[in-house]
Design a protein around this ligand. Structure first.
Ligand SMILES: NC(=O)c1ccc[n+]([C@@H]2O[C@H](COP(=O)([O-])OP(=O)(O)OC[C@H]3O[C@@H](n4cnc5c(N)ncnc54)[C@H](O)[C@@H]3O)[C@@H](O)[C@H]2O)c1
Length: 327
């Protein structure tokens, strides 16, 4: 297992290569050991500095037999590495797609074992892990550095939406479960990512997928709303603390996104009936009268990680079709 300090050592070397070359690079095949990765990247920096060349692509074979890829940046995130939690379904999956389309290498953490084979790209690494497993998250961060050389973007997305329960009936165990999945792992991921994000050649970026519930809470969702409010507050503190490192942390608050695992046809029908609406009317119950789809939110989050947001940190953006409870 690659330890946190070994991961940071690899990421530091990757940053040096990027400085010498003028753009970020990936490791494209697994280095046998972390020190092979460090040695290989050091050698590459020296090579670039000596020859003064910035070639379109480099296959630098280190003793451990790994290569480094420094392709021409045809797409926004070429050479950069993203880690997404909960990307086997719904919004997280759409984020992974949007990042791959923009050229990033993506590490996807999910409790669904299908995550491992979800995308065929050589720049995709799916890791089957429960986000409540702290040691598993630390190992995943090490695997990210060892496999691709560092971390540039982090998307905190994994979450559950439990059945509605009013506070007078809310069991402590049900409350705990929501916070254990929706909140606690995000501390671990932020903490473990920080050393790597600090070394990101174009500065690290984080997006937290919170919820409209933070700004406009719903009855029956005390645990969910509290978990999302807490992760929002943690992200705001991270924005304050990490600005000196150039790391940006922003928050997105989607309202209901129906093409996700959180929503079943039965729940949708029941909620629509509760308001005396058809399912179609219920899906568009916002000021603009639009349905917000996971693909839209995925692209939105990818853009928040990109150059358009390079001067923005600590903001919260609702993606909800307009809400008279929030405006
Ligand atoms: N769908 C909505 O209406 C909506 C609205 C606002 C915010 N959100 C938030 O968006 C995020 C993504 O949810 P979604 O709507 O795409 O639902 P989803 O169920 O389609 O996706 C959630 C993903 O998280 C994974 N996951 C759940 N528990 C996990 C665990 N313990 N360890 C690892 N992975 C785990 C699931 O396997 C799944 O792949 C959640 O944080 C949710 O709260 C959803």
């Amino acid at each position: 297992m690659t330890t946190p300090s070994q991961s940071v050592a690899i990421a530091e070397r990757r940053q040096s290569v990027a400085r010498a070359l003028g753009r970020p690079v990936w490791l494209t095949a697994l280095a046998e050991t972390p020190s092979d990765a460090v040695d290989g990247l050091d050698g590459l920096t020296a090579h670039i500095e000596q020859t003064g060349t910035a070639p379109a692509s480099i296959a630098f074979e280190a003793p451990g037999g790994f290569a480094i890829e420094a392709p021409d940046p045809a797409a926004a995130f070429v050479g950069e590495v993203a880690l997404v939690s909960g990307g086997a379904s719904g919004i997280g999956k759409a984020v992974v797609e949007a990042l791959l389309e923009r050229g990033a290498a993506v590490v996807n953490l999910d409790v669904n074992p299908a995550v491992a084979g979800l995308f065929a790209s050589t720049h995709y690494l799916g890791i089957h892990v429960d986000v409540t497993d702290e040691a598993g998250l630390i190992a995943a961060m090490g695997a990210t550095a060892q496999r691709f050389g560092g971390l540039d973007m982090l998307v905190l997305n994994a979450g559950i939406f439990p059945p509605g329960v009013r506070i007078e009936d809310l069991e402590t165990s049900a409350w705990d479960r929501v916070l254990r999945i929706n909140l606690d792992p995000n501390l671990v991921l932020l903490r473990e990512a920080h050393g790597l994000l600090k070394q990101a050649p174009r500065y690290g970026r984080v997006v937290v997928n919170a919820s409209k519930n933070v700004l406009a809470p719903g009855a029956g969702a005390a645990a969910y709303s509290s978990s999302k409010a807490a992760v929002t507050q943690m992200a705001r503190v991270a924005a304050l603390e990490w600005a000196k490192d150039g790391v940006r942390v922003n928050i997105v608050h989607p309202d209901q996104v129906f093409d996700t695992g959180i929503w079943t046809e039965e729940v949708l029908k029941a909620r629509a009936a509760h308001y005396g609406l058809t399912v179609e009317q219920y899906k568009r119950r916002n000021l603009l009268g639009v349905e917000i789809k996971s693909r839209y939110v995925g692209n939105f989050i990818a853009e928040m990680l990109g150059p358009l947001f390079e001067n923005v940190t600590g903001v919260q953006i609702p993606v909800d079709g307009g809400s008279d409870r929030i405006i």
